[in-house]
Write a protein that binds this ligand. Structure first.
Ligand code: NAP
Length: 340
């Protein structure tokens, strides 16, 4: 029997991507699509790419008899509802940010709200699948990583876990406009983004504490991070270029060895032999990782490239769902990137 699932926020970019993937997943049945402004519409009319979604699947206000709720809501919205869903015996996979940070105070500092369910922060599993499988498998609440943290952490993890680098990181990242969702805003109009690249958010971008939190866990000590994302004139795709000094005594050969062995068993991470581009992962659940050492400055340059809506959001949520239910991890995620 397929697992009954719902998407809360189904009419947005991440929710629509999740619907696209779930409609082709052999062990999931999408039974409810929750949205705000399109209520009453068939999902396939609200989102034009969902051509063969059942006509009976209309956008509504509740999650029906779903066993799992995928939430793709703005910050603060999933936290208000998750306790009730869990009390009803459902599991929650939050593609948003409401369960990623372990310290409730961080929500006041970085998100500007008091977290309504701090106990769930202790309970939730951080959904960076490659490094938290055991917790994800047992979890009732999975906090899917943000798109920038996903690429950055996969890029840096082999060096950090091997103890080859210092604790002072700089990440310079670029993302297409779908990263901002389908909200209409002057900043995202074609006339604003076309032929332009713009940094934003630094030094207080909300993904900063999340990246720091998991880097500190990998390093076994607190870390420093300056994170600057950029908006670039394309729809999908994200690349994170990460810089950190090599620890005294660490060598380029050790870095090479750490990356060569890091992801050999992973279904969706590949270490490349040249800088990866976002087009090489377009529409897929892959994250491409590349690392090189700037010998003159004794600095690691590590790059992660992924599709922000797939591996950066809906795809990794589905990967986590597969882990939670013991399905093959790549189930429903087999599509290769689209090229050119
Ligand atoms: N976009 C990405 O690349 C990406 C990657 C990773 C994680 N995320 C996270 O995923 C979540 C969704 O992002 P998105 O880009 O898909 O945003 P989006 O396109 O704006 O979609 C948000 C969805 O939530 C609904 N919604 C908005 N405000 C609501 C409210 N107050 N109450 C109930 N429903 C509400 C929207 O309904 P309407 O259709 O009526 O607006 C829409 O279905 C965010 O938390 C984001 O941080 C996004």
């Amino acid at each position: 029997m397929a697992i009954k699932v719902a998407i809360a926020g189904a009419t947005g970019y991440a929710g629509g991507e999740l619907a696209r993937l779930l409609l082709r997943h052999p062990e999931a049945k999408l039974v409810a699509a929750v949205g705000r402004s399109s209520q009453g519409k068939a999902l396939r009319d609200a989102l034009p790419h969902l051509l063969d979604a059942p006509a009976s699947l209309t956008v509504g206000a509740d999650v029906g008899d779903a066993e799992v709720v995928f939430t793709t809501l703005p910050a603060g919205e999933a936290a208000k509802q998750a306790s009730a869903w869990l009390a009803e015996g459902r599991k929650v996979v939050d593609v948003g940010s409401d369960f990623r940070l372990k310290d409730p105070k961080d929500y006041e500092t970085w998100y500007g709200f008091t977290h309504p369910a701090p106990d769930l922060l202790r309970e939730s599993a951080y959904g960076l699948t490659e490094f938290h499988r055991a917790e994800i498998k047992k979890a009732r609440v999975v906090a899917n990583p943000g798109c920038y943290p996903n690429a950055s952490l996969l890029a840096l993890a082999p060096a950090v876990r091997a103890g080859l680098v210092s604790d002072d990181f700089i990440i310079d990242a670029k993302s297409g406009v779908s990263g901002a969702g389908h909200t209409v805003d002057e900043a995202y109009l074609f006339g604003s983004i076309d032929s332009s690249v713009r940094p934003y958010g630094a030094p207080k971008h909300r993904h900063t504490p999340e990246i720091k939190q998991d880097l500190a866990l990998m390093a076994g000590k607190p870390v420093r991070l300056t994170f600057t994302p950029h908006l670039i004139p394309m729809t999908r795709g994200l690349v994170a270029t990460c810089y950190v000094s090599l620890r005294d005594g660490a060598t380029a050969a050790q870095v090479k060895e750490a990356y060569a062995g890091a992801y050999t068993e992973e279904p969706f991470v590949r270490v490349t032999s040249r800088f990866p581009g976002t087009k090489e992962v377009f529409g897929s659940n892959w994250c491409l990782v590349y690392a090189t050492v700037d010998e003159a400055n004794r600095r690691l340059i590590a790059v992660g490239a992924l599709d922000n809506l797939v591996k950066g959001a809906a795809g990794s949520a589905l990967q986590n769902f597969n882990v939670m239910y013991g399905f093959p991890e790549a189930m429903g995620l087999g599509a290769l990137p689209i090229w050119p």
